[in-house]
Design a protein around this ligand. Structure first.
Ligand SMILES: Nc1ncnc2c1ncn2[C@@H]1O[C@H](COP(=O)(O)OP(=O)(O)O)[C@@H](O)[C@H]1O
Ligand SMILES: [Mg+2]
Length: 466
């Protein structure tokens, strides 16, 4: 992906473009109103001439004195600087034309098209004029046809003024753009100062200082979310970091006990010659330790793989009731020895990895049996609700787990009472949680009134009723 342009550059250019747009719009309005003003001025001057001509034309025509008429027209033009006049009679014959531009063509065209009272701009090749053409009708009924007059005033001066104005406008737009861009650049640089501040703060944080936090109150409001999210990320990292360092310590600690005991036992056994039976007994007792260690190493391996996303559940239909019954058979002897009754209620078919789900159920059941006092009952209840969600509930009597443990119960190596002889390494529930997580489900624990209850929710298996 292409790297986006720098914020400063982008904002500066944006300011520049905005300034150009604003100047252009204002400039256009001003130019337009000047143009209109000039046009109105020209037209009113042309009107004055046209009206004077009309009055003179009909007054003197009736007297039939053409020579005095021409003088009258000359007089009318004197008061209007640069104005020209051309008059044709109804038959198209020119009866008067003033020195200056040749308006005969225009007058002819206007007579032909019968356009009356039109003011337009026109150029004779050297100068530009505004021209008004008009048809004047004699009131006498016998001659109902019209005289055509064309009056023109030069507008070169106005056009030059507008050209100058446009030039100035362009200069203003260009320099306005440059100045606002520059000011924008300075403002943005200045505005970014808190960002550089935060960057400096972040830069100072190293792996040993994960407990450092940015203070969201000291950054501008727009950056508060960034600071808060960053703090949250630091929190998670700190937690993970801590868990990782504790994990190594826990592993070392957990392995030291069995290894020391094996070592001592072996040393004691070797300290004198023993009978074959004695050796055999020692080896048997060692096997128990090896098994515990192998179990723990297997569990840790599983968790490590789950951490790296390597435990991909193999999706198949799993008959949960069948799995629970198999586990009941497996634990039957142990439960009987402890005087614990195992019961199963309900039925459900999950979609997931059979071995993984069995492992999770096994860990929960082993815990439940271990914590149930003699004479107690372990209930397993399976339920599949309408939308296909599956609930697995495992309930056993026994002393309550205090609520402050709930949060950590599923952590690795966490045990409520580490001194309890028979408990494992504290990896069982961590494995259960990781399996349920990979299946997209969740697990909750409650413990009150002498009953501990683990409740798993598995999502709707694909293809089931929804
Ligand atoms: N059914 C239960 N009843 C009471 N306490 C339980 C139950 N299941 C688990 N616990 C508590 O949770 C802790 C963690 O369980 P787990 O992860 O399986 O570790 P472990 O069984 O190796 O001790 C146990 O040490 C125990 O204190
Ligand atoms: Mg356990």
């Amino acid at each position: 992906m292409r790297r986006p342009a720098s914020l400063t550059l982008r904002l500066s250019l944006l300011f520049g473009v905005a300034a150009a747009v604003v100047f252009s719009v204002f400039g256009w309005f001003i130019e337009d109103s000047i143009k209109r003003h000039f046009a109105a001025e020209d037209v009113s001057e042309l009107e004055v001439v046209a009206q004077a001509v009309e009055k003179a034309l009909f007054a003197d025509l009736s007297r039939g004195d053409l020579a005095s008429l021409e003088r009258r027209f000359d007089d009318i033009l004197v008061g209007h600087h640069g104005a020209s006049l051309h008059i044709t009679d109804p038959s198209g014959r020119t009866i008067y034309t003033s020195p200056g531009p040749d308006l005969s063509e225009l007058a002819l065209m206007s007579a032909r098209n019968a356009d009356d009272g039109l003011a337009r701009s026109w150029s004779d090749g050297r100068h530009t004029f505004r021209v008004l053409t008009r048809h004047l009708r004699d009131n006498r009924p016998s001659t109902g046809r019209a005289y055509t007059i064309a009056v023109a005033v030069p507008i070169d001066y106005h056009l030059r003024f507008l050209d100058g104005f446009r030039y100035t406008l362009w200069l203003m737009i260009a320099s306005g753009m440059a100045i606002t861009s520059l000011m924008g650049w300075v403002a943005v640089r200045q505005g970014h100062a808190p960002l550089h501040n935060i960057i400096a703060q972040i830069r100072r944080i190293s792996a040993n200082e994960l407990n450092t936090r940015l203070s969201p109150d000291t950054v501008p409001r727009e950056l508060t979310d960034l600071a808060v999210s960053f703090n949250e990320m630091l929190g998670r990292m700190e937690e993970a970091f801590l868990r990782l360092s504790n994990f190594s310590a826990d592993i070392a600690h957990e392995l030291r006990t069995p290894v020391t005991s094996l070592m001592t036992q072996t040393q004691v056994a070797l300290s004198q010659t023993r009978s074959l039976d004695e050796y055999r007994e020692i080896l048997y007792s060692n096997i128990e330790e090896y098994e515990r260690m192998a179990q723990m190493i297997g569990d840790m391996l599983f968790l490590a793989q789950a951490d790296h996303g390597l435990c991909k559940p193999n999706n198949a239909e799993v008959d949960l009731a069948g799995e629970v019954r198999t586990l009941f058979d497996y634990y039957e002897a142990w439960a009987e020895e402890r005087g614990v009754i195992l019961t199963l209620e309900g039925d459900a078919k999950a979609s997931g990895d059979r071995l993984m789900l069995r492992r999770a159920l096994n860990n929960l059941l082993a815990n439940a049996i271990r914590h149930t006092p003699a004479g107690g009952t372990v209930w397993v209840r399976l339920d599949q609700v309408k939308n296909g969600e599956i609930y697995i509930e495992m309930k056993n009597p026994g002393s309550d787990i205090a609520p402050q443990h709930f949060q950590k119960l599923f952590d690795r190596f966490y045990r409520v009472d580490p001194s309890r002889q028979e408990s494992g390494a504290g990896l069982g529930l961590a494995i259960v949680k990781s399996i349920i997580d990979t299946h997209g489900g969740k697990i909750e624990v409650t413990s009150r009134g002498g009953f501990t209850r683990f409740r798993i929710t598995l999502p709707n298996p694909p293809g089931s009723a929804s």
